[in-house]
Design a protein around this ligand. Structure first.
Ligand SMILES: [Zn+2]
Ligand SMILES: [Zn+2]
Length: 170
């Protein structure tokens, strides 16, 4: 969904949309949506600044970093964004600061792309490292079996070198 700013009446407007998972998948190479994403919010225009605030509800799925088991993550976030038009940004004295330092986004001043906002909020809401549980044992490097479901019979070859030295004495 894209919102044309010139169509806003009285410099403000509301938006609401429900995305089906397939509208946004894949969110990135690790995150997949498994439930519709409901977003709603308000847009307010103030000369060359645009303020967008809203709420997003959905459910995402990622793999455990160690054992690859799928983990479901509820995403329920409030967001508050600020945009500034490109020309205004460049002429302002703040132009030396990076976008990140200002926590604003530069845009063309015409359209707010809600699809992008929703994807960005999902990326921010899902931690970059996810474990199915704190003490996940991961996969065996030899046979690939899930060590959480029981020990395999593989002999791990990574013996502490100090013990290896003792072994040679015998
Ligand atoms: Zn795991
Ligand atoms: Zn194994």
């Amino acid at each position: 969904m894209r919102i044309e700013l010139e169509n806003l009446e009285g410099s403000k407007g509301d938006f609401a949309h429900v995305y089906q998972p397939e509208d946004l998948n894949p969110v990135d190479d690790r995150i997949t949506l498994i439930e519709p994403a409901a977003v709603n919010g308000k847009i307010r225009l103030n000369s060359n600044q645009v303020f967008v605030n809203g709420h997003l509800d959905t459910r995402a799925q990622v793999e455990c970093d160690r054992c690859l088991q799928l983990i479901e993550i509820p995403v329920n976030v409030d967001f508050e964004l600020e945009y500034i038009t490109g020309s205004d940004y460049r002429s302002s004295s703040a132009a030396e600061l990076t976008e990140e330092e200002l926590s604003v986004s530069v845009f063309d001043g015409e359209v707010i792309d809600v699809d992008e906002i929703v994807k960005e909020q999902i990326l921010l809401a899902v931690p970059t490292r996810m474990l199915c549980r704190k003490d996940c044992k991961g996969l065996c490097p030899e046979c690939g079996s899930d060590r959480n479901t029981g020990d395999c019979t593989c002999v791990t070859t990574d013996i502490d070198p100090r013990w290896a030295a003792l072994k040679n004495l015998n």
